[in-house]
Design a protein around this ligand. Structure first.
Ligand code: NI
Length: 155
């Protein structure tokens, strides 16, 4: 198995504004893409990465917070609770952080690379990542939700 680092497209590229299509084939190609997304995420030091950020218009995202890798294929947010307001960034808008209000607790339903459905519930940063990455799949960018831009050293 060969994994590859993919190029991350940055804000301004049209691909980030498109609605992604559902994944229908759970094949080797999907497996390779999910592996590449994780590799690219780890290389970049972010919390999450969505397929359109590497130019692929499919409903796929990966998240890893506190060494807890989660692959989200065809994700749907099924419930949210509370709210949190804090700094958020995006690998497609490097070095820029903005204050965004998100739900405090989010439950998402998604398939894995084999097509099995799972439900994940996350709070704090994980809840934020579920929202941010799912929105990428609908062509939405977090900057449209930013209340105020902030300077921080690292996310
Ligand atoms: Ni992002």
């Amino acid at each position: 198995m060969v994994m590859a680092i993919r190029n991350i497209v940055t804000f301004g590229d049209d691909v980030l504004t498109k609605k992604c299509r559902p994944v229908e084939k759970f094949d080797d190609r999907l497996n390779d893409l999910v592996n590449d997304l994780f590799e690219t995420l780890y290389k970049s030091g972010g919390a999450g990465l969505a397929a359109p950020q590497v130019g692929i218009l499919r409903r796929i995202a990966v998240i890893d917070i506190d060494e807890n890798p989660i692959e989200l294929i065809n994700p749907e947010i099924i419930s949210t609770e509370g709210s949190q307001t804090g700094a958020e960034g995006c690998l497609s808008n490097p070095g820029k952080y903005g204050i965004v209000t998100r739900p405090q607790k989010v439950t998402v339903r998604a398939q894995d690379r084999k097509g099995q459905w799972h439900e994940y519930t996350g709070e704090d940063l994980l809840a934020r990542a579920f929202c941010h990455e799912t929105e990428h799949l609908d062509g939405k960018m977090f900057m449209d939700l930013v209340e105020e831009w902030v300077e921080i050293e690292q996310q």
